[in-house]
Structure formats: C-alpha cells, structure tokens
Design a protein around this ligand. Sequence first.
Ligand code: MCN
Length: 763
Amino acid sequence: MIGRPVRRREDLRFLTSRGRYVADLALDRAAHVAVVRSQHAHARILRVDASAARALSGVLGVFTLGDLPELRGALPPPVVPGVAVKPYRQSALADGAVRFVGEAVAVVVAADPYVAADGAAVVSVEYAPLPAAVDPEGAVEPGAPLVHADWGTNVAATVTLEMGDLEAALRQAALVVTRRVRCGRLTALPLEPRAVAARWDAPTAGLHVWSSTQMPYGVRQRIAEALGLAPDAVRVTAPDVGGGFGAKGPVYPEELIVATLARRLGRPVCWNDTRSGSFLSTTHAGDQLHTATLALAGDGTILGLADDFLIDAGAYLPRGAVVAGVTAAHLVGLYRVPAFRCRGRVVVTHKVPSAPYRGAGRPQATFVAERLMDIAARELGLDPADLRRRNLIAAAEIPYDRGLLYRDGMPMVHDSGDYPALLAKALEGAGYATFRARQAAARRQGRLLGIGIATYNEATGIGPHEGACVGVESDGRVRVTVGAPCQGQGHETTLAQVCAERLDVSLDCVAVIGGDTGRFPTSAGTYASRVAVIVGNAVALAAEAVRDKARSVAARALECDPHDIVLAEGRAHVKGAPDRGLGLAELATLAQRPDVVRALGEPGLAATRYVSPTSVTWASGVHVATVEVDGETGAVRVLAYHAVHDAGHEINPLIVEGQTQGGAVQGIGAALGEEIVYDASGQVLTGSLMDYALPRADSVPAIGVASSDSPSPLNPLGLKGTGEGSAVPGPAAIANAVADALGPGGPEIIAVPIRARELARPS
Ligand code: MCN
C-alpha cells in the first residue's frame, strides 16, 4: 500500500460540496463579527465613534480593546527555536496606536454578517497620522520612524551563519560576482480565506473554537492564556481547511477576538474573512533584499559564498524569525561551498506582518544562489549545467556534513540523495541537449527562447515531535487519530496507506482524523513539510503495536504462540491453518474481556506512538523552465516546466506529483506576477485579485514531474518531506530562463517578480 498512487479519498467529499469548512458550521443563534481595520500605516488613535454602528438595527455591540481587556498583549512572538526576536506583546485589537494598514481597531457584532459589515463601515475612527517606516533599508537607518519605540531600532533579530575562510576564498577567486538581489512581497491565497467560530458552554465553562488553521494547538494555548482558562477547557478544531500554505500557521487576532466574544456574549460567534480583506489581515511573506557574493576559481569551482540580507517583516513577527534562519541555511543548496558567511536582519516596518509562505525563505535563498550561478557561468563562458555539475555534492560524498548548524540546533548533514543524477534527469526531461539548436533556430525567426535550471534542497520533517493513535473499533474499522491538521495535502489518504500496510487491512476500512485538540493530546501543527516524515512514522509504529496486540489476543483465543499467528487482510489466523482465525472486529471485542485486558495491560486494540526526530532530513530537486520572451512587449510565456525531486520513499506518488505541480505553479506566480506593492505612505496598492497577479490556468504549461527515490536513513519509512520544496526553485528557474532568452545584451534579472515593462524593447 505504501508507494501506491492511490487517488485521494478526500477529494470525492471536496468535489461534491460535502467538505465541511468553518463557514459551513450551523451554530444556533450565531452572531457575526466584522472588523474595523486601520486605514493608516502608523497613527495614534484619537477617538472611536461607534454611535452610528450601534444605532443600526441588528447590531449587538461594538468593541474596542478597552471593552475587551483580555486581548491586551495577548499575542507575544511565539517561542520558535532558533533566533530570538526582540520582545513585544501585540494586542488583538489596537492599543491606542496602529502599526499597519489593516490592523484591527474595533469589531462590530451583529446577528447577521451583512449588518455587521454595514456597522463596521460606519464606525468612525479619528487618527493622528505618524511617519511610517515602509522601506526596509530606510527603516534600519538612524532616525527612521520606529515600529516598536521601546526597542530603539527596527531590527527585530539578526541571524548569522559562517564556516570556512571567506576572506581567503575571495583572495583566491578568479571570479567574484556580487549582486543586489530583490524578492517581492507575496501573500498566500488559499481558496478558503481564514475563518473562526467559537461557542462558549457556560455549565462546563468550556470553549469550543473552530478555526481554519494549521496549528490548532497553538491557537488553543493562546486562547487559554488570554481568557485565563486551563488549556483543556478550550477545544480547537480545524475542520476541512481549504489551503493554508503557511499563512494559516500563525495565531491571529481574530481567533482571540471571536473566542473572547463568544464567552462575553454567551452565544456562538463567527468571523469569516473576505478575499479583499485577506490581503490586509493575513500574513505576507518573501520580501527580501540580498547583497550576495559568489567567489569561483577559473574552472568554475565554488570557493565561497557571502550574503547580507534584510527581511521586511512588517509590524509583528507571528512566527518569530524562523524565515531568516531558513533562508540563511538554504543558500548553500546542493553545492560544495567551502567558505560561507551570512548575516540576515529581520526588519520591522509599518506593513502587514509576515510569516512563512510555502518555502519559508528557501525560494528567496535559491533565487539568490541560482541567479549568481548563472551570472557566473556566463562570465566564465561555461554552460550553466556544466557549472552546476562541477559543484554538486556527489552521491559518494553523502552523508555530507556542512559544518553548519540548522535552526533546530543540529548539524546540517545531507542524509541521502544523488544530486548529479537529479540534474541529469531534469535536463533529460526538459530536452536540454537539443535545446540550444531549437533556441538558435527560433532566434533566426526573431523569437527569444530561453532555458533555466534551478537546483534546491529543503530541510524537512523538523521536530519537536508528533504522534498518532491507531485503534480498531468494535466493528473492525480502524481509526487513525493524529494531532496535525490537513489543509489539502491528502493526509486522509497517505496516513491511511501507512496504517493499512502496517496492519495489513484494506484502505477502505481505515479512517483518519486530525486537527482536533479534543481528540489528540498534542501537535505542533502542519508546516515545514513535516507530517509525512513525523506523523507517517508515528502511524507506522502505532499500527505495528496494534498488530502485535492483535496477535497476542488471537494467540490466546486460538491457543497458540503469538509467533504462529499470521495477520493478513484484516484477519488473524494460525500459520498453516487459514480456517482457524478471527477477524479484527472479533479481536477488538475480545480485547475488552477482563482476562485479556489483564494480559495486555490495557483494554482494546489501540496504541499511541510518538516520533521525535533527532534531525531534519534533506529533500532535494531540480526544476528546469523553458520560456519565450516577447521582445517587443516583454511578456514572458512559460513554454515547458520540468520538475525532478527526491522525497525519499514516497507514500503516494500521485499525491507527491500533485504537490510538486501545485508548488511549481506558486513558484511561477512568484516569478512572473505576484507582488504586494506598497506606496511610500504604507498603503497596499495590490489588494485584490485584479492587481495581485496570480497565475491563471492558461499561463501555466503542463508541469512534468519525475522523482528519484533515495530513502532517508533517518526514519524507518525512509521518507523525506515534499509539500514545500516544489515551490522553492520556480523563481530562480524562470529568471534564469528569461535571462537566457534575453542573452548577454539583455537586462540582468536580479529581482522577482519579473516585470514585462523592464524587458520590453518596443521597436
Ligand atoms: N508525501 C508522500 N511521500 C513523501 C512525502 C510526502 O506521499 N515522501 C505526501 C504526504 O503524505 C502528504 C503530502 O505528500 O500527503 C505532503 O507531505 P509533507 O511533505 O509531509 O508536507 P505536510 O503534510 O507537512 O504539509 C505541509 C506542506 C507545507 S509546509 C505547505 S506550505 C503546503 C504543502 O504542504 N501547503 C499546502 N502543501 C499544500 N498542499 C495543499 N493542497 N494546501 C496547502 O495549504
């Protein structure tokens, strides 16, 4: 069952409108919340006049921080291992001042969502505007407006990573390439915008919260702290979640607001974001400025890499400085880099807070390193593929210790893989060998074709730990319960596959439930491509434990040694006597009998197991893009896109292929269109799908996917993660292809998204 391209079982539900999202909950007497958001990037709040809203029929109340003191300072930066950030405590509603356009200032509650929205529209807020820090480079200059005045600086955190003798590398180098490279500000746009609902149960003083979140346990913790409740008095359920891509990882003000109001009003309360609202209320990402240097010997051997980068984090750091650490660690990619020095500064500005978005700094690191590789190849007169071949870590060198520490504090050791083979496969898929002839022929017809390569890796399966409970019900059905929620990755299928294989039952009788703090004790959440590696292995261990229990129970009933019991196709029988057997339902019932319970030490056929990895496992891949640039308009069309990746053993190749295609499309979007643009005063200029240019179906070619299976030695199933990786190399591959199409005389591509107007050469 592991390794089979089973179709996603959850899709039937999703495709036939039977998905159950937060907005689908039918909560009796539910009140609806609309948020009044700041229209200024930086201002003091002088007065909030809610009289017109309160006068609207159907409005139940208007609340500011003064009315809901539980929300004061309720959102400190999370404790994320790695880099410490300067301390602050964000209030879930503005505390006398606003720090970005979109910050929640007040909320209107009404029996009807449209009345709540009407109410929010007539709340009048009087501001005293203040100078705003909008440009991250300006924000680090002395005298810049401060986002958090008590820090005395806008630098929230600094990461450094270093090994080898960089000065010597620079001295010895035949070629030193230095560029200022910029990556645009992005936002994840899951199909389902964020949504929260909460119901307070007065008799038990308990709260049930439903949130479209990647981290229900983090949401529970913050709500419990804010409301002064024990964590187990708060149940957080992530029902079906329509995409998250990292942006549903942070705990958000609205989760605390809705929970607080549900208790205050004694009735269920809901909030559903809108698409345009999400541009201002949901985290941004990716906004980085690098000054990077690559030093090479005359034959193209990399001698050293240096980088000094700024991340424009926006006003708060809901996931700490994790992206800075991830960016720094992924700059060296798949290459031998004997000397490396990196400093990354996380700068707060008066903009929407930022957090990881699929790739979490890796697309930016890869863009920087892989652009420098192509620029260097051109200067050395080498083919970009040759330059990469010369520098890729060889299969024989793995495990390869980088001499650096990853953000989990563990040495960065590439655990398995054959990177030259990945490159060869990707080039073959893309028809690299014949491309130059095609390119030359096209050029003779005045057409500008180009091909671009990007290699990448991704640290996946990061701790601290995850668990799974596998239990056989009295009817013989098997239930897998995990803490990690799913946002569309297909866990209901893949985790069931692992369980079905280890227990030798049919896939149909296994159900998977996740993302509910009321059903499983703990989980860090779904992010960083970690669920397959950690939860998948926990499911395997729990299923094996259940298998052993089933054998013991069967052996007692059938009066033989447990080693003589064969468990196959949901049935236990005596070796050599298939007729002498019992089904899982019977075994589950037997496992409740007092004598069996005494023998097993606990009732039932169930087991819970946890996995806490000692280190991440390194997935890797190579993407190759072929593009055509319209020389006159500068429009870029992606003609072909090939992805080769190594996720170790694959639980489900079909799902991995889908993950790869989805990520690749996000990479294409970041390369060619998507950008949150701010004006100098801190207003968002691209706050709708009319201006934020998501790739459309007709602008994306079929994505060819091939895999290369080098099992990780770090976990029994040999898995590496895959969910994020495919979004990593797209901007670099596309930019390299565009630069190749334009040739040596064209503009140098050192920023994404690539703008047609910057390439256009009108005749
Ligand atoms: N898988 C597999 N074999 C492997 C590795 C993974 O079959 N060797 C399967 C997994 O079982 C799972 C999927 O591939 O069904 C992704 O697994 P994994 O790499 O473990 O990633 P996570 O499940 O931890 O999901 C998180 C990851 C991240 S970090 C982002 S961002 C992202 C992504 O997944 N967001 C997504 N993919 C997404 N896909 C959808 N549809 N929606 C999102 O929000």
